[in-house]
Write a protein of this length. Structure first.
Lengths: 386, 463
């Protein structure tokens, strides 16, 4: 990570970061939620600079502002300046300094404690990590893939359903894979984004070593957050394997005719996860999988692909909830936008999005009109094998 | 007299507790803008949603004699929304509804927090044959703030200042009354800000929020042609630029005329880039206008004083973009996050004089400069920007930039220009030079409208 302190004054607070590329609405989740300039990227960067210069003292409010950022990367996408690609690093760098000084929001501290003590942010027992799996076979040398389901896939009710469905789908295709079960550990993506670099390094090295010891060459990540960190951060920590998001694998299996979806009837809109889209440029594969299902009509939300609006769950906010609820919460804004497309189904490819948006649809009283489903759930219903 | 805590509670009751802050972080941010004016913190930042909420806040402020400053996006760069005496900053951007688009009478009615970006998108999506005059400021700039400072935009060559395009106002007066200005005061239509009535919009436009708070406005929109292009003429003779601008305006065929100058990259040095924007509903119309522009400058082309540059596609897209991201990028040329410009409104004949002064001042103060001039009206005047970038981490460079800007402003004023969106120092310069009876009139207006002096104090303060 670069020395953010020597660069952060370069933000001109022009505000392009607040928008998607067509200026249709506000696209920074925390600014959309709170509407004070302090919660925009420009506000955050100016406040960090003020803190570094000693013009303002640390406060819980300052820490909340810093940690309310979901690191969705919309700002980096829209900022017109040359330093745009570095903005998220600057925010993570400032968080890292706060971590080192022990000045972080209590909820973030609890997040770290849970991952450190339990290997997951939900403070669930390690022994229960495979409770979702119901006999899914463990990875063994010779398996083509390790299926890494992550913390939400292991413990969260929605994530568990997502993991189980993906296992069913992969089994139907004849793919060779196994899981780590109780041996699986947090991927560390949120830990990195929240600035706990020591803990992240420990997780990355531990996971990389484990994969190496087991001879893992290919990993399927259920969660875009895990996919992102394994693809982009693990190589520096000894990670030497290929990682795929599950939608890439499904897309490939369908292309190779190892899977043939049967007709279904649904009008579907798709939520681009930030860590799949903006971070890793994966936009087409999930859409191709959806479009491979005969009878599914795919309609786009106004903000999609690089302009997609974050569900609000990134940077651990699916647990820390520093964006709080209310009708201006990003997830509820997004649920309304999905409903406005006329879709009856909101497809997701991320367990965090699944939970955030499922709750939001309920809060908006739209649950009898709009169903939130993960892509493999949509694929499984009509699936047939060749 | 209420305590600060009581005022905070009262504000929370008006707008909801989520939309009022007395936090250090909000006070820090709203104490300053991206320019060079010294900061001053407000006591409260409030985000109203409705005109009625603004009324209640203003009544509270007037009763308690608390200063109140309406804030758009804080992008004027001259400190106009820095709360010089503290008090309440009203960030208007939650009032973001586009209330009406009247296609037949070609106007929109919007709330005061609607941004240029949002209106551009709305018109493109729902009324693609209509457009408004988009300035080069970033898309978060609010339309209300832009007209309050007499901003200019893409249609200013044809239709004047953006404030000339206002077609009605709803204003909360400093004593809390809600008042409509223009045709909307007697009709449900917002087609005129004044005529045939007395034009009261002048009580609010250009006053920087010192006479009231605009809560809604009507804005004229104009035909949006299907195609748009830019032609680029180059000359190294500054003395020809005013005539070139006039000739282009004479065609009555160009949307916008902008002249840019900057010393880097080196191939730009000493050359003036004259951009003529043209529009058309088809290739034939566009080609005809292209020919008219050629013909207008043909004499200069033949004498080799002007050349036309074939614009590569990679360069054309940024030139055609609205708003212009390149304008914003100037803030980072010294990798320092800052720029500011003195932007006098002046006769276009002053261009050669101003450009020489800009080069001289930049050299004296060792600053990087650029200039973008926009033709306003059919050659009636121009906005000439003396722009300097600076590094916000370099206090010495910031001080030099401020000195350079002050020097340019004084010069422009001496040469017959009028300072645009003048900072409080420049406002004093203007008022020192102003006809004394005009000053008396301004003072009377302020005292009449704002007896307690609560509205953006420090600005247009007549001694």
């Amino acid at each position: 990570m670069q020395d953010y302190a020597s660069q952060i004054h370069r933000c001109f607070r022009c505000g392009y970061c607040k928008f998607p590329s067509d200026y249709s609405s506000l696209n920074c989740p925390s600014y959309r939620r709170f509407r004070f300039e302090s919660y925009s990227t420009g506000g955050r960067l100016w406040l960090i600079y003020a803190w570094l210069k000693g013009e303002i003292e640390w406060s819980e409010h300052l820490a909340d502002i810093l940690y309310a950022c979901t690191t969705c990367k919309n700002c980096a996408e829209q900022c017109p300046m040359k330093f745009a690609p570095d903005i998220v690093d600057w925010i993570v760098g400032a968080r890292s300094d706060m971590v080192e000084k022990g000045r972080i929001p209590l909820r973030v501290a609890r997040f770290f404690e849970a991952v450190h003590g339990y290997g997951n942010p939900l403070k669930q027992l390690r022994s229960q990590r495979a409770a979702w799996a119901n006999g899914v076979k463990k990875y063994a040398p010779g398996d083509e893939y390790l299926l890494y389901v992550g913390c939400l896939g292991s413990y969260d009710e929605n994530g568990q359903k997502m993991a189980r469905t993906l296992v069913d789908v992969l089994n139907t295709s004849g793919a060779s894979f196994g899981i780590l079960a109780e041996e699986e550990e947090c991927c560390g993506n949120e830990i990195y984004m929240l600035g706990e670099m020591g803990l992240f390094q420990s997780l990355a090295e531990k996971n990389s070593r484990k994969f190496k010891d087991l001879g893992v060459r290919k990993v399927i990540a259920l969660c875009p957050h895990g996919y992102n960190t394994m693809k982009n951060k693990y190589p520096a920590s000894g990670g030497d394997f290929q990682v795929y998001h599950y939608t890439q694998v499904l897309d490939d299996l369908i292309k190779k005719n190892k899977m043939k979806p049967s007709p279904a009837k649904a009008k579907v809109t798709y939520q681009d996860p930030c860590f799949l889209g903006r971070y890793n440029n994966i936009y087409d594969e999930p859409r191709r999988v959806l479009q491979s299902i005969p009878g599914i009509e795919l309609v786009e939300m106004e903000r999609n692909r690089r302009d997609a609006f974050c569900c609000g769950g990134g940077s651990g906010n699916f647990i820390t909830d520093l964006l709080a609820g209310g009708e201006d919460s990003p997830a509820r804004v997004r649920a309304r936008e999905a409903y406005e497309t006329g879709a009856d189904t909101l497809a997701v490819a991320c367990p965090s999005c699944l939970t955030m948006l499922t709750d939001a649809v309920k809060a908006e009283d739209l649950d009898d009109k709009l169903t939130v489903k993960d892509i493999s759930q949509l694929l499984r219903a009509p699936l047939s094998t060749r | 007299m209420l305590t600060a805590a009581a005022i905070y509670d009262a504000l929370g009751k008006i707008v909801g507790k989520d939309f009022v802050s007395d936090g250090k972080e909000e006070r820090y941010f709203y104490a300053r803008d991206g320019g060079l004016m010294p900061p001053h913190e407000p006591d409260f930042v409030v985000l109203p949603r409705t005109s009625e909420e603004v009324q209640e806040i203003v009544k509270l402020a007037n009763r308690e004699k608390v200063p109140i400053v309406p804030h758009g996006a804080g992008l004027a760069l001259t400190g106009l929304v820095i709360p010089q005496r503290g008090g309440i900053v009203l960030d208007m951007k939650r009032m973001d509804r586009i209330l009406e688009v009247n296609e037949k009478a070609r106007y929109v009615v919007i709330e005061a927090g609607v941004t240029h970006g949002a209106l551009k998108h709305h018109l493109q999506k729902h009324h693609p044959h209509l457009r408004h005059s988009i300035p080069d400021s970033p898309p978060i700039a609010t339309i209300a703030a832009n007209v309050v400072i007499h901003g200019q935009g893409r249609l200013s060559q044809q239709h004047g200042f953006n404030s000339d395009m206002v077609s009605g106002l709803e204003v909360v007066l400093p004593t809390g009354e809600l008042c409509r200005i223009g045709s909307c005061s007697v009709s449900s239509y917002w087609f005129s800000k004044g005529p045939p009535l007395p034009d009261l919009s002048g009580l609010f436009l250009g006053w920087f929020g010192t006479t009231g708070i605009i809560t809604k406005l009507g804005l004229k929109v104009y035909p949006c042609k299907k195609m748009r292009d830019v032609m680029l003429a180059l000359t190294d003779k500054a003395e020809l630029v005013p005539d070139i601008m006039l000739r282009l305006s004479h065609t009555e065929m160009v949307e916008d005329v902008v002249v840019a100058a900057q010393p880097l990259p080196l191939r730009f040095k000493g050359t003036f880039w004259i951009m003529a924007y043209i529009t058309g509903d088809g290739h034939e119309e566009l080609e005809f206008k292209r020919k008219m522009v050629w013909d207008a400058l043909w004499e200069y082309f033949e004498s080799r004083d002007v050349g036309f540059l074939s614009i590569p596609s990679g360069m054309k897209a940024p030139l055609l973009s609205m708003p212009s991201k390149d304008t914003t990028r100037f803030a980072d040329v010294s990798k320092g996050g800052g720029f500011q410009y003195a932007g006098p409104i002046a006769p276009i004949e002053k261009f050669p004089l101003f450009i020489r002064k800009l080069e001289e001042v930049a050299a004296d103060h060792k600053l990087f400069y650029s200039s973008t001039s926009r033709l306003i009206g059919a050659g009636h005047c121009m906005m000439f920007s003396f722009s300097f970038s600076f590094n916000r981490a370099n206090a010495d460079e910031m001080a030099r930039a401020k000195t350079a800007l002050d020097e340019c402003s004084r010069f422009a004023l001496e040469e017959g220009g009028v300072l645009w969106k003048a900072d409080i120092d420049e406002q004093r310069l203007l008022m020192d030079k102003m006809d004394p009876n005009t000053l008396v009139l301004m003072k009377k207006i302020r005292q009449l409208l704002d007896p307690n002096g609560i509205m953006n104090p420090g600005n247009w303060e007549i001694r």
